[in-house]
Write a protein that binds this ligand. Structure first.
Ligand code: UTP
Length: 297
């Protein structure tokens, strides 16, 4: 029980500058992959993993996220009255209802960094290790990434477990990269983590993506963590600080990850989902897309 992962934090307070001008009025986390906002994938992943409490760290200018996340009974009644009860049911199933779900919204008034956003959730945690899901890292697969991580999590071997994937040497400067000392199946046990290293100094090609299971000791560290790169309080720095005492491992998940914080990643995710849905076959044929996609792989 003590080691059960019961809480998930969703940091959604960032400015989303790479998607301006869209993100002037629409939070990045609500941008859709076809018809499903990024935050919905993250919520579904947490629910599938058995998370009990979901904490959304948002910003006052991003109230649309809370509106989206919460059930809208008025809209559902309207749809039912119009004979669209199937659509109403699917809205009910994807929403979070305060009567049946344990949800908390906290505000990060200034985007002081991912580490600071995670710290903002501190007063609302259930006991035990804590999951963090970055909604703009979309991971699609047979099984949710967080479910896989929770199944593999063994705090006796590593108190912090981070989703990782192998990247090309020239890509290390875009990621946190683990200094791996031993591998065992999907686990990569590490004795360090370096933020965005140049290829020639990268300790490995095992790169961090946006799913974490964190030992709760991280919160005391974050509270005294000085600002790092970009003047922001970096989660990576706080993880690196505790590596020797808490332990750190990467986890190679089975799904496919899309960097939906970037335009190219969002396009890839959209094509990936569309390709699985026959209603878009005609569109693919029109643009000769299958050939292009195969060439890109
Ligand atoms: P990103 O760095 O990818 O998001 O943070 P961003 O800063 O909003 O985007 P760009 O780079 O300007 O385009 C990953 C996640 O962490 C959240 C973001 O909302 C996103 O979901 N975040 C980031 C916070 O909640 N607070 C922060 O201070 C920074």
């Amino acid at each position: 029980m003590r080691n059960r992962v019961r809480t998930a934090i969703f940091p959604v307070a960032g400015l989303g500058t790479r998607f301006l001008p869209a993100t002037k009025a629409t939070p990045k986390e609500l941008l859709p992959v076809i018809d499903t906002p990024l935050i919905q994938f993250a919520i579904d992943e947490a629910r599938d993993a058995g998370i009990e409490r979901m904490i959304f760290v948002s910003h006052p200018s991003k109230a649309a996220i809370e509106r989206y996340v919460r059930d809208d009974t008025g809209l559902r009644e309207h749809l039912c009255a119009k004979g669209k009860s199937k659509l109403a049911d699917s809205l009910r199933d994807s929403a979070l209802n305060a009567d049946t779900h344990d949800i908390v919204f906290v505000m990060q008034d200034q985007p002081l960094g991912l580490g600071h956003a995670v710290l903002c959730a501190r007063d609302h945690l259930l006991p035990g290790p804590v999951a963090v899901i970055l909604p703009d890292d979309l991971i699609l697969g047979e099984r949710g990434c967080l479910s896989e991580m929770i199944a593999a999590y063994d705090p006796a071997r590593a108190g912090h477990l981070i989703a990782t994937m192998d990247v090309e040497p020239h890509e290390t400067s875009s990621y946190g990269v683990l200094s791996v000392r031993a591998r065992c199946g999907a686990m990569a046990f590490a004795d360090g983590i370096v933020e965005k290293p140049a290829p020639e100094v990268a300790p490995s090609r095992t790169a961090v993506v946006g799913r974490y299971i964190l030992d709760p000791a991280i919160f005391a560290r974050l509270a005294e963590q000085p600002a790092g790169a970009g003047g922001e309080i970096q989660l990576t720095d706080a993880i690196a600080h505790g590596v020797a005492s808490i332990g750190l491992a990467g986890f190679g998940f089975s799904g496919t990850r899309f960097d939906c914080g970037s335009k190219a990643g969002m396009l890839r995710a959209t094509l990936h989902r569309a390709r699985q849905d026959p209603q878009f076959d005609a569109v693919f044929a029109e643009y000769d897309l299958p050939a292009m996609l195969i060439a890109a792989e």
